[in-house]
Design a protein around this ligand. Structure first.
Ligand code: PA5
Length: 426
């Protein structure tokens, strides 16, 4: 089981816990804040490990692996980002490659004709099932993808596809369709919102289909819950406190550099968690991300010498579990000193060097903090749960509701008006 030692948090300017953060932590733990009934994710993992639904979920994943070449995972926002974060971290970009495990997982989370077309092209005439994930069961993007791939299956294979619906227990079109067609369902609990749902069936079914050990993950998440609920001395509070201080100092952007492209989706998940939770009531830092070392050759310049006082940086390094060693070579390239050393060593030097340069060199350098996460997918899951704890603590410190997203409705209204009436709704 994971412990706090698998994730370390460091900051250039570590200070006492601010009273507002202490109050935010107490508000979260005691359930006295806005939408406190949405804290179901806080102690979900330990009991879920022993539940009948989880045993069924693992059996279903095994069945899918044995019977389908592809799983089309349909969902948007919190209904896919967490699963994609974990799967990409373990295997690389899940939509980009023909992956080495038996069932390829394809996420359909865009309105990109090219992306849908590419997936259609990759699956060809192979067998596929559909995993439809929508808590509300009324979101346009997943609704359209379901309709499209459902009909595609009927055209290709002359029968309805096998659909698994992860949705509300009684509301929404997803639930109604599942009941009508007899699809197997898994429940998104009422007390868990989309962006906090990665370790419910929303994330667990795709993750299990991708051949990743969900027992390990849930045990790590349970360990994070145990730590965060039992003491204020935990990395979630330290991180919430650090970024709260940067915000009070005037920072309006929080940049998260990650150390590998396979963490790009993890950073996307983190951006959604913070963007939708904190960005309301005219509050919150813009969550932004970069992939180092690649982006050191683009955004790196701005981070080092761009406009000052607006940005802080939270580096996230997940230790590599793969070893690539540089060979001896007769190339006269001046790189002999690296023969026998590993790619991870060079990558770590890029993270460490840029952390020092951004936080310590030049006039008014950026405030920086860093997480170092041990290798192993369960440790990344542990870190994700720590972020889930940190986020509402910081929101409550700003008197912001961490669990709603009222601003998302404004654009949806316009989309419907354009499609239904051919004009904007002013
Ligand atoms: O975090 C959230 O609640 C949102 O991002 C939702 O996950 C997203 O809008 C998708 O909603 P639904 O699962 O109802 O289709």
């Amino acid at each position: 089981m994971s412990t706090a030692s698998t994730l370390k948090f460091y900051a250039t300017d570590k200070t006492e816990i601010a009273p507002a953060i202490k109050a935010g932590y107490e508000t979260l733990v005691n359930g006295t804040g806005a939408d406190a009934h949405m804290r179901g994710w806080m102690n979900w993992a330990a009991p879920y490990l022993k539940s009948e639904e989880y045993a069924r979920l693992k059996k279903t994943a095994d069945y899918i692996i044995k019977n389908f070449k592809h799983a089309i995972v349909i969902g948007i926002g919190g209904s896919y980002l967490g699963a994609k974060a974990i799967i990409d971290a373990e295997h690389g970009d899940a939509n980009a490659f023909d992956l080495p495990w038996k069932t390829n997982v394809h996420f359909v989370a865009s309105l990109s004709s090219k992306e849908w077309n590419n997936i259609e092209h990759i699956i060809g005439s192979d067998s596929f099932c559909i995993i439809y994930i929508s808590k509300s069961g009324t979101t346009l993007e997943p609704g359209l993808a379901l309709r499209y791939f459902y009909e595609l299956h009927k055209n290709l294979h002359d029968k309805e596809p096998t659909v698994y619906a992860i949705t509300d227990k009684c509301k929404g079109t997803g639930r109604a369709l599942a009941d009508e067609h007899g699809w197997e369902t898994f429940i998104i609990p009422d007390n868990v919102g989309g962006r906090y749902s990665v370790f419910t069936p929303v994330g667990l079914l795709p993750i299990a289909i991708a051949g990743i050990d969900t027992d390990l993950i849930l045990n790590a998440v349970a360990a994070a819950d145990e730590l965060c609920s039992s003491t204020i001395d935990n990395p979630a509070v330290d991180y919430a406190n650090w970024r709260f201080e940067q915000y009070q100092n005037g920072c309006v952007v929080e940049m998260m550099p990650v150390n590998n492209p396979e963490l790009r989706s993890f950073a996307e998940w983190w951006k959604q968690l913070y963007g939708e939770s904190e960005g309301k009531d005219f509050e919150g830092m813009v969550p932004h991300s970069a992939v180092f070392s690649m982006d050191l050759h683009s955004l790196g310049q701005y981070l080092q010498e761009g406009l000052r006082g607006i940005m802080c940086e939270t580096f996230f390094t997940w230790e590599d579990s793969i070893k690539v060693t540089f060979p001896e070579s007769d190339l006269k390239d001046g790189l002999d000193y690296l023969s026998g050393r590993t790619l991870s060593e060079v990558n770590n030097a890029a993270m460490e060097g840029s952390y020092f340069a951004h936080s310590s060199i030049g006039d008014d350098p950026n405030a920086c903090s860093k997480f170092i996460c041990s290798k192993g997918i369960e440790n990344l899951a542990y870190a994700m749960q720590i972020f889930e704890w940190a986020c509402p603590i910081g929101c409550y410190a700003l008197d912001v509701n961490p669990f709603n997203q009222p601003g998302v409705e404004a654009y949806k209204k316009q989309v419907k008006a354009i499609l239904n009436e051919g004009k904007l709704n002013s």
